[in-house]
Ligand binder design. Structure first.
Ligand SMILES: [Zn+2]
Length: 151
């Protein structure tokens, strides 16, 4: 019994070291005070695995801020405050707003068209207030596919 528990602890420690090693390979930010992007996405647990992997691959694991709010683009006021702050204190250059399929933050209103409209509206408003920022909008499908939403 004791031996089995010890073996389990050792294999768990090995697994954790392997995860840390993989994450270290994704560290790209040479500057400890700034980062490249702010990623805005929903709180939904089903999508986090896709969002984290995509963000780390796209920008480097230590190179982006995260704002997780239910419905993402649905709450522009909250997005605005955080874009302003991230631009000011972390000198971000890019904002990615990611809405997703079957978002409970939208409920029955969450059609593909509605997500598109809200994402385009958020892009327009961010561009108007922060003309130096590059704004990208995505619709994330439940299978992990990131669909680029263009104006
Ligand atoms: Zn959601």
């Amino acid at each position: 019994m004791e031996r089995r528990a010890r073996r389990r602890r050792i294999s768990e420690a090995r697994r954790r070291r392997s995860v840390v090693k993989k994450l270290r390979g994704l560290l790209t930010n040479p500057n400890p005070t700034t980062c490249e992007a702010l990623i805005v996405h929903c709180i939904d647990f089903r999508l986090q695995k896709f969002l984290h992997a995509w963000s780390a691959e796209r920008f480097g694991y230590d190179n982006f801020d995260i704002l997780a709010i239910a419905g993402a683009a649905r709450d522009y006021e909250t997005i605005f405050k955080h874009v302003q702050l991230a631009a000011q204190v972390h000198n971000i250059q890019t904002v990615c707003v990611v809405n997703h399929e079957d978002c409970r933050g939208y409920g029955a209103e969450g059609t593909r068209e509605r997500h598109s409209r809200d994402l385009n509206e958020a892009r327009k408003k961010i561009n108007a207030a922060f003309s130096h920022l590059n704004v990208e909008t995505y619709y994330l499908h439940l299978d992990g596919t990131f669909e680029l939403i263009l104006p």
